[in-house]
Each structure stands twice: as C-alpha cells, then as structure tokens.
Write a protein that binds this ligand. Sequence first.
Ligand SMILES: NC(=O)c1ccc[n+]([C@@H]2O[C@H](COP(=O)([O-])OP(=O)(O)OC[C@H]3O[C@@H](n4cnc5c(N)ncnc54)[C@H](OP(=O)(O)O)[C@@H]3O)[C@@H](O)[C@H]2O)c1
Length: 279
Amino acid sequence: MKPIGKALCAAGIVAGLLAFFWKDPFNPVSLSGARVLLTGASAGIGEQMAYHYARFGAEIVLTARREAVLQKVRTSLVPHVQTFAMCECASIHPTLNIVPWGLDYLVLNHIGVTHFQMWVGDVEYTRWLMQVNFFSYVALATAALPTLEKNKGSLVVVSSLTGKVPTPFTTSYSATKFALDGFFSSLRHELIMQKRNVSITLCILGLIDTDSALENTRGKVYLTASPAPEAALAIIQGGATRVQEVFYPWWLKHVCCLWVLFPNDGGQVLRSYYNYSGP
Ligand SMILES: NC(=O)c1ccc[n+]([C@@H]2O[C@H](COP(=O)([O-])OP(=O)(O)OC[C@H]3O[C@@H](n4cnc5c(N)ncnc54)[C@H](OP(=O)(O)O)[C@@H]3O)[C@@H](O)[C@H]2O)c1
C-alpha cells in the first residue's frame, strides 16, 4: 500500500475509534427536577427553551413583560411551571423572591427591542438598552449567586456573535453583548479563584429564525437564519454540561478565531453580507 493509503487508513481507524468511544456529555436526566429561572420566555429562543426544559422534567419559572403571552406558553407546558411578569427594565430581585425552592439554573435571555439600523445618535436608547440587556443581567446574577452556590448551580448568559465580532447595524446591541462577555468572563475567573462552584456559560449565537430577528434583518442581510428550537437546545446542553462557551451554529467558533487573526480582511468579508446601497 502507498504511504498516502496507509495514512488514510490510519486516519479512518482513529476516526472510527473516536466515534465508537465518544460519549455525549449531555445527560437529559440531569435536568429532571432541576429548578430553572428563565427570562424572556414569552417568545423566540426563550419560549423554545421553556418547551425543552419542560420536556426534560425541569421545574421552571418563566419571566417576560407580556403576562398574557407568557400564560399561553405556560398552558402548553406541564403543570409545574410558574410564570412571572417582569417590569419594563427587567428588574429582577422580586423575580428571585418567587423561587421558594431555590435555584439550579439562572438562564438570562431577555433583550429590549433592538433597532437594526445605522447609528443615528440616540444615546438615550443606548443607555436604556444597556439597562435591559446588561445591567439587569448583572443584578439578577448577583441576587441569584448565593442560592446558585448553595446548589452548585449554573448561570447561563445568552449572547451573540455581535458580542465577539462587531457587525454593522448593531451599535448599541453589540455594545450590550460585549459588556456581557467582559463582565461574566471576568466573574467566571473570580468564582474559580475563590473555589465557588457556580458555572458560567456564555452562549454565542448567530442569526436565529425568531420573529423579531427575521423582521429586523429582512432585506438587510445575506445570511441564513438557523432554527430557534436547535439554538435553544444548544444553550440548555451547554448550561447542563457546564461548558464556558457555547457556539451555535458550531462553526461560529471558527469565525471568532479568524476574526482575531485577520480583523482587517475579515471586516471586508463581513460587510459583504450586509445590504447597504448608499451613500
Ligand atoms: N434571534 C437571533 O437572531 C439572535 C441572534 C443572536 C443572539 N440572540 C440572543 O438570543 C436571546 C433571545 O433572542 P430572541 O430572538 O429569542 O428574542 P425575542 O424573540 O425578541 O424575545 C425576547 C424576549 O425578551 C422579552 N423582552 C422584550 N423586551 C423586554 C424588556 N424590556 N424587559 C424584559 N424582557 C423583555 C420578550 O417578552 P416580552 O415582550 O413579553 O417582555 C421576549 O420574551 C437574546 O439574548 C438575543 O440577544 C438572538
């Protein structure tokens, strides 16, 4: 056999062995009875996460502002689900008080209304979005940490590719997501240094086919959206297996690496996915 043939055979055998011995680290049974507080659960990815958690037998508390919509999600779930209306600024402390039995997972997913457009100088909007997308996450996580620590629990923070790689039309949104990475990745170091057993999973998502995202990006991007139920499952699996970062779709991890290596050329390629005709 030629050397190339031998190399291919060896690679095939290694791949076969890896496939045989590889075990999916996610065990759905681990979520049975897990106590989950999930924000932004009335629509989109949050709603899909609620369905998955319920299927896995978790005890869930769902939050969002629109109580009636939240109730609709609740009625299609198993009985051990509570809902809680959040105030506009997503202030969290009262939410945590309604979790009488403690907490294993805090899943921070909500966002304020996002304007997918060129920067128009609206500083007040940016301030407000920071409050909803960033400060409320910090407040909720801080309030939940003692109970999460008691239960060796997990903090799951939903972010975006635009929180790793800046993209056009997302100035304020991108800023809030970069802030999440800075805060929660730093906090993760500190928890590890203090030997406090709370995992932090940051979820980096690409374009997902939720109603709000599709409406925002229609005619403005040349990108295909990935399915929300799959994105929701990837987040849940990442949280349950306590990984530091989840990338969905998986290849976003390589996009982030390429961006770090080639920021200038990468920028040109990236802008070619956005539809902007003038000036
Ligand atoms: N979809 C995507 O393409 C995409 C891509 C990357 C990352 N992500 C991330 O994935 C997460 C979910 O996105 P999504 O597309 O599923 O969003 P979505 O469909 O717009 O849902 C947002 C959720 O947040 C709640 N919400 C809205 N305004 C709020 C406020 N002011 N205070 C508190 N809650 C509020 C909404 O319910 P109420 O209106 O009832 O409050 C809803 O349940 C977000 O963190 C987002 O950044 C999404």
